[in-house]
Design a protein around this ligand. Structure first.
Ligand SMILES: Nc1ncnc2c1ncn2[C@@H]1O[C@H](COP(=O)(O)OP(=O)(O)O[C@H]2O[C@H](CO)[C@@H](O)[C@H](O)[C@H]2O)[C@@H](O)[C@H]1O
Length: 482
């Protein structure tokens, strides 16, 4: 089985959020299971600036259907520590902003890229069996295959899986952004490409892919409801027999508390953890004390992440004598809030409003607790990274957070604390409970630390599940031929 894994973001080449982590890890683990897999992504400006060892393999390809007939070239590299080949679709005019989503015409970028990927596959990997596309940016690939190339000798046989990492982002554009794709006009109606007068790239992906999956079982259920469905719940329900949920893993080789060079000290036991914490407090200018719990948040700063709840209760929690560390960028209203907060509580709050992978690791390793009170969370990686470094997550039980965090009771094997209703009162209760255990129940806290360190979120199971899913997709096609 030959699989193309297509994503707009891939670690270490370009990362904005969790999608990049998955795209940089899952293909490696699929390959370890002897699958023939390659990755395709755009040659973003940030890659041109930082990676100069990529090899040109072909030039002057032109997309097959797209209105924009500009040529693109293809470069080749590898995922680190692996022999998974990554192909970069290069068109400097289109992918020319520092921020990978900073371009003026994201619809043009996405649609041009999708059609170019198919041209590339037809020419260079004609024996591809299946394409796993990710999120709205790559969602037009299934639409092109089913509408424009279904009679093509090569492309007509390829199956598709769409993975939804976040239904909150759909690629909704005005009608002209549909016209430039080169998809047939007659599909611009509410059953297919039209979405309340606009076009919606993710909707096209859901409709035309053979299988849709998302990144946890609970989220796969949730998105079929009006509350979480972002107006696509009906479309998703109509696809429910082909809708799956596979929880992400984290890359246990890269995120290894025993060998991670980015953290202050390898973590073998609880004392090592405390040493990381003291060093983190020092680095961030917080009061250095092992008795004061450090709680952190590493996140894109948007409404999805439950930041309004934090705003409402953070000062009450600071009265419990704990320290709060933020690393994130995003909405100005949240950046301003956290900035102000750290000015008012300089020894208790550290706001780091930038993107820094190195500092992220130091925070994962040096915190006692990690906050993720998300409004919705398809999977969530932060809670898993935290646990890997012995940091106790405090989460809202939704989506993948509900599938990975188990409430701690003294007798049980829980690995965190959480709450269900989206209220600041319930978040404060969960924080208070965690602080209580930290300050008053040392033995139990160490047990929690052990339970977190023992939790297993490695990619082996995730890769196995994807392999099964791909087989299901290929079987579907055979069923259709009989
Ligand atoms: N300022 C900063 N500096 C350094 N690192 C930072 C950072 N801000 C965020 N990060 C990192 O970015 C990643 C965020 O991943 P998440 O899965 O938690 O959320 P995201 O919403 O981006 O992903 C979406 O896709 C993923 C993947 O499927 C789902 O898990 C998730 O639920 C869904 O919302 C983490 O690795 C985090 O450490």
């Amino acid at each position: 089985m030959k699989i193309a894994y297509v994503s707009f973001e891939v670690v270490p080449f370009a990362k904005v959020g969790g999608l990049a982590d998955v795209a940089g890890a899952l293909p490696k683990y699929l390959k370890k299971r002897k699958n023939n897999v390659f990755v395709v992504m755009p040659f973003h400006k940030v890659i041109r600036d930082n990676f100069n060892n990529l090899k040109l393999i072909s030039e002057d390809f032109v997309p097959l259907s797209h209105e924009l007939k500009q040529p693109f070239s293809v470069y080749e590299g590898k995922l680190p520590e692996s022999d998974v080949v990554v192909y970069f679709i290069k068109n400097n005019e289109l992918f020319n902003t520092k921020d990978i989503y900073g371009g003026r015409d994201l619809a043009l970028q996405s649609s041009y890229f999708c059609d170019s990927v198919l041209k590339f596959i037809k020419e260079i990997h004609p024996d591809t069996d299946l394409i796993n596309v990710n999120d709205w940016q790559t969602s037009l690939i299934p639409a092109y295959l089913k509408n424009n190339y279904f009679l093509d000798d090569i492309l007509g046989n390829i199956k598709t899986v769409l993975t939804i990492h976040n239904l909150g982002y759909q690629g909704i554009f005005t009608r002209d952004k549909f016209d430039l794709t080169g998809l047939p006009d007659f599909i611009f109606n509410p059953e297919y490409a039209e979405f309340y007068g606009y076009t919606n790239y993710l909707k096209l992906g859901i409709i035309y892919s053979d299988i849709v999956n998302t990144v946890s079982k609970t989220y796969a259920e949730e998105i079929q409801t009006a509350e979480f469905g972002y107006q696509l719940d009906g479309v998703l329900r109509s696809k429910k027999d082909f809708l799956y949920g596979i929880i992400n893993g984290i890359d246990y080789e890269e995120y290894n508390p025993l060998t991670d060079k980015r953290i202050f000290k390898p973590i073998k036991n609880y004392n090592d953890k405390i040493e990381n914490k003291l060093k983190l407090q020092e680095k961030l200018g917080l009061k250095i004390s092992k008795d004061v719990p450090v709680t952190s948040l590493i996140s894109r700063l948007y409404d999805q992440k439950g930041l309004d709840l934090i705003q409402e209760i953070i000062e009450y929690s600071l009265a419990l004598d704990f320290q709060f560390v933020i690393l994130g960028t995003g909405d100005k209203k949240y950046e301003d809030f956290f900035n102000e907060l750290s000015k008012r509580y300089p020894k208790q709050v550290s706001s780091n409003l930038f993107f820094d992978l190195d500092l992220a690791q130091k925070i994962y390793a040096g915190s006692d607790m990690f906050l993720m009170p998300s409004l919705y969370e398809p999977c969530g990686l932060g809670q898993m990274y935290s646990m890997r470094y012995g940091t106790v997550p405090i989460v809202r039980y939704t989506g993948g957070l509900a599938d990975t965090v188990i409430e701690f009771y003294e007798e049980g094997n829980g690995n965190g604390f959480g709450f269900y209703d989206y209220t600041s009162k319930d978040l404060l209760n969960a924080i208070t409970k965690a602080v209580f255990y930290y300050k008053k129940r040392n033995k139990e806290w160490k047990k929690l630390f052990d339970n977190c360190m023992k939790s297993n979120f490695s990619y082996e199971t995730t890769a196995l599940n994807y392999e099964h899913l791909y087989k299901v997709a290929l079987e579907l096609s055979r069923g259709g031929e009989d």
